[in-house]
Design a protein around this ligand. Structure first.
Ligand SMILES: [Zn+2]
Ligand SMILES: [Zn+2]
Length: 53
């Protein structure tokens, strides 16, 4: 299984609490690590630019 990278900080999604979901506007996979989720770091889809909290 291939792991992605956090779109906010770029680290691999290997830590507990990391998540990977599909963008609501395009089919890009958006990864977020546990750290960025915990700190509510914003993200932007690398494909279409949609951003979220
Ligand atoms: Zn991160
Ligand atoms: Zn997108």
């Amino acid at each position: 299984m291939r792991v992605g990278n956090c779109v906010s900080c770029g680290q691999g999604l290997i830590l507990k609490g990391s998540t990977l979901f599909t963008c609501s506007s395009c089919d890009n996979k958006i990864g977020r690590c546990g750290d960025c989720r915990e700190q509510a770091v914003g993200y932007a889809c690398p494909g279409c630019g949609t951003s979220g909290p």
